[in-house]
Design a protein around this ligand. Structure first.
Ligand code: MLT
Length: 409
């Protein structure tokens, strides 16, 4: 009989968002008249921008003619998109188009990247954390079992809570792979240039690699907040960056993202010899991935056109006004809120010290509101709750009213 990957059996329950979906579906089935407002998973609600749609329509037309039809594209992405990304997203930074690998999203990339790293690396994650980083390492066999609080043996957890101002302290032990996500999912907070510099310096000293998830960089509204790890001196030698069109341009269903692997980045072989990482990722993608679709990449490239940039920015501003309304509405009833200024997530302290899941159930049953329990992102998220700003204005305003009703009662 075929042997399974036992490591999957160590995973706690289901993946967080399907688990929330399951509870919400059960509630809706039992309460068919309830008008549930979902501020749980960060899924965009606004349609694609006209410039993107136009480019995608044109790409469909190109596919209808022998002369312009495209079959398999380059596994790394079309040059037109890689060049547009380098020119716009990394303007003034030392990132070249051939260091950019286009994909079908950064969730996949942040899990797939583990293919090119050895099994014995010690992995550090912040706590709370985007669950994909943890679960993919469990699947890859880099952890032991989870304890009662859900922490896996072998992983190094770095708490980021209100007590330390959501600033991850450098670990007091050697780690090899470090996941950082800024603007942060789930807390919505940001890392200062100094904090990122301290991590880059740490990685340089220890020959560690930082896996930097910048999926939410386009939501930064304050000046001085770094948009890319490559703004930090030395990062080219120690970091990989993931970015996504999902939240920036409404591509959660369309699927497109990219990963930057600098040519200066090296790891070592099991024999202790230095090897460049860029060719490994190139080899991995060429073997296991056939590239994002041409039509999708044309749509992504249109994000960088003059019209596209303006339209995408308007939508981001719209979501960030939702975030402001959520923050203001919760603060008005004395709830401590974090994030929501440079990220589309508002992270709040549960009222009355309720556990995250108790608060989730309370909010669902009494106000028909869905958020994400902080403890679903890690043990240090207990007692916190996340609200997503991706929704219609009407739903956000209604959610604030309902929230106020539940908490005030
Ligand atoms: C979230 O809600 O944390 C995100 O939508 C999940 C994701 O991007 O995969």
């Amino acid at each position: 009989m075929a042997q399974i990957n036992d490591h999957y059996l160590k995973l706690k329950a289901g993946y967080l968002f399907p688990e929330i979906g399951r509870r919400v579906s059960a509630f809706c089935e039992a309460n068919p008249d309830a008008q549930v407002i979902k501020l749980g998973i960060g899924d965009v609600t606004e349609p694609l921008a006209p410039a993107i749609l136009e480019a995608m329509h044109q790409a469909v037309d190109e596919m209808s003619q022998h002369s312009s039809f495209r079959g398999y594209g380059p596994e790394q992405g079309y040059d037109f998109l890689r060049e547009a990304i380098a020119e716009h997203d990394y303007q003034g930074l030392d990132v070249s188009a051939d260091e950019i690998f286009v994909s079908d999203g950064s969730k996949c990339d942040s899990g797939n990247i583990l293919d090119i790293f050895g099994p014995d690396n010690v992995v550090a994650v912040t706590d709370p954390v985007y669950p994909v980083y943890v679960d993919t390492n469990v699947m890859a066999g880099r952890t032991g079992e989870a304890d009662d609080a859900g922490r896996y043996a072998g992983l190094v957890y770095i708490p980021v809570t209100a007590e330390n101002d959501f600033t991850p302290a450098l670990p007091d032990q050697d780690v090899d792979l470090i996941y950082l996500c800024y603007p942060n999912n789930p807390t919505g907070t940001v890392a200062s240039r100094e904090t990122l510099q301290s991590w880059v310096s740490y990685a340089q000293e220890r020959n560690a690699v930082i896996l930097y998830d910048a999926a939410y960089e386009s939501f930064i509204t304050e000046s001085g907040v770094p948009h890319s790890i490559f703004e930090i001196e030395g990062a080219r030698e120690v970091a990989i960056e993931f970015r996504s069109f999902s939240k920036k341009a409404g591509f959660t269903g369309v699927r497109c993202g990219f990963t930057v692997v600098p040519k200066d980045l090296q790891g070592k072989t099991s024999c202790g010899k230095n090897e460049a990482i860029h060719p490994l990722w190139n080899r991995r993608q060429s073997t296991k991935f056939n590239g994002a679709s041409f039509i999708v990449q044309r749509g992504a490239a249109a994000v960088y056109s003059e019209a596209g940039q303006e339209q995408v920015k308007n939508t981001i501003d719209f979501y960030m006004e939702n975030a402001r309304l959520l923050r203001a509405g919760l603060e008005a009833i004395g709830i401590r809120v974090y994030g929501g200024v440079n990220a589309p997530y508002v992270w709040l302290k549960t009222p009355g010290n309720a556990t995250s899941w108790d608060f989730f159930d309370d909010l669902l049953t009494k106000a028909h509101l869905v958020g994400t329990p902080g403890s679903g992102f890690g043990a240090s998220g207990e007692g916190y709750f996340r609200l997503s700003a991706f929704n219609s204005r009407q739903n956000v305003e209604e959610a604030v009213k309902r929230f106020q009703g539940v908490v005030a009662s």
